[in-house]
Design a protein around this ligand. Structure first.
Ligand SMILES: Cc1cc2nc3c(=O)[nH]c(=O)nc-3n(C[C@H](O)[C@H](O)[C@H](O)COP(=O)(O)OP(=O)(O)OC[C@H]3O[C@@H](n4cnc5c(N)ncnc54)[C@H](O)[C@@H]3O)c2cc1C
Length: 378
């Protein structure tokens, strides 16, 4: 049997590119395809949590061009603000996707055993006992393994019959604003009535602001999108009122999960394996950590790879669902959020522990009764 590659990775977003790099370094012939050409933008909060930054640093990706993030702050106007720091000197990054995604795709292309093909869309899949064939816009390719790293609306997941419709009616409006010599050094989430305003620094002179919420909370029925975006941004950050965004992009609805993330010779990773709510800002980090796990699983015993990956991934998904429910439960009620802000201000260690649970370096089971009391403002 001859195949074009050991592994085909569909999607050269951060997760697919990082995975292809890891597979190439392990000596697996890897074909990485993407329908887009780079640079290409992608609506995102652009806050890379420390666990994700660590995966990229291990791969030798230079992250110095992205501003460091020291932690996350939550604010409720008229109640107050609480700032949490990433513990043990760990740092996140404000990663402009236009720059990051191209950097990671180029890094993958420069890795031994990796071939990157851009402008190439996967259209159909045929799974056979010993190989997988993918019909693409550039012709048919075959490999022993196929990985769908093709994002929230994964075509690979759909072609496998695994895709299910999104469950939540939450959306986002995303834009970048110029703010010369700003002093933001972390993510700032402001809870307004009806929506959350998520800010991340993306360069010395630029910040990203994403609005998250149900459609009715993001804009009034007859209000133009740009006007609604500027209204919420000015309310949360008056210092940004005079900085119009170059463009405002929409995303959503959120919270989707395929019926399976692995079967036979086909695997899903990153957003393709499930997408929660952007409020927790953990999507890229979770995908990068999963890519690391999948790379080592695929390099091991191929027959047991799908079952092993499914089991590990299910545990990660449960942790992420826990954090999403916790964050959404707090933001839905301003009185609950206010009590949590007061409690976390008194117990900064609890906030740091929650950030560790969020980026996967700590289990939710390690939270103590004292942590829960702080969240309840007791
Ligand atoms: C509003 C919003 C805010 C967010 N905020 C954050 C945040 O602050 N921090 C964070 O970590 N995450 C955040 N996320 C989540 C983050 O954007 C995703 O988790 C991340 O992009 C996942 O990367 P990925 O590589 O799995 O998929 P993607 O980045 O979506 O990449 C998928 C790639 O697959 C390609 N592709 C798709 N279909 C095909 C096909 N058929 N053939 C070939 N190629 C194909 C696409 O062109 C694309 O390049 C946010 C998301 C949203 C929507």
């Amino acid at each position: 049997m001859t195949t074009d590659a050991d592994v085909i990775v569909v999607g050269a977003g951060p997760v697919g590119s990082a995975l292809a790099t890891m597979l190439g370094l392990r000596g697996l012939r890897t074909l990485l395809i993407d329908q887009a050409t780079f640079p290409r933008d992608k609506p995102c909060g652009e806050g890379l949590m420390p666990a994700g930054a660590q995966v990229l640093e291990e791969l030798g990706v230079p992250l110095d061009c992205f501003p460091p993030l020291g932690g996350v702050s939550y604010r409720v106007p008229s109640v107050g603000c609480v700032a949490g720091s990433f513990s043990k000197g760990r740092t996140g990054r404000g990663t402009r996707r236009l720059v990051l995604d191209r950097l990671l795709a180029e890094h993958a292309a420069a890795t031994p055993n990796v071939e990157l093909v851009l402008g190439c869309r996967a259209r159909a899949i045929a799974t056979e006992p010993r190989q997988v064939s993918v019909q693409t816009t550039a012709g048919s390719i075959t490999a022993k393994i196929l990985v769908g790293a093709d994002g929230r609306r994964s075509q690979v997941g759909r072609l496998m019959g695994w895709q299910r419709p999104p469950r939540a009616r939450r959306y986002a409006l995303v834009g970048h604003l110029q703010l010369p010599a700003h002093e933001f050094d972390g993510i700032v989430v402001t809870l307004l009535r009806g929506c959350e305003v998520y800010l991340a620094p993306t360069s010395r002179d630029e910040v990203l602001v994403a609005l998250l919420g149900p459609k009715a909370g993001l804009k009034a029925a007859d209000e133009p999108v740009r006007a609604a975006y500027r209204r919420h941004v000015a309310e949360a950050h008056p210092e940004l009122a005079g900085s119009p965004p170059a463009a405002v992009r929409g995303a959503g609805p959120f919270w989707s999960r395929p019926s399976s993330v692995a079967g036979g010779r086909v695997f899903l990773v990153g957003d393709a394996a499930g997408f929660l709510d952007p409020l927790t800002g953990d999507g890229m980090a979770a995908g990068l950590v999963a890519a690391r796990r999948l790379a080592s699983t695929l390099a091991g015993e191929p027959d047991r790879a799908a079952a092993r990956y499914r089991r590990w991934e299910a545990g990660q998904w449960r942790r992420r669902v826990f954090m999403s429910r916790l964050a959404l439960g707090l933001t839905r009620s301003s009185s609950r959020a206010g009590r949590a802000i007061i409690g976390l201000t008194r117990s900064p260690a609890t906030f740091s522990r929650l950030l560790e649970v969020n980026d996967g370096s700590r289990s939710p089971l390690s939270l103590t009764p004292r942590d829960w009391a702080a969240l309840a403002g007791i």
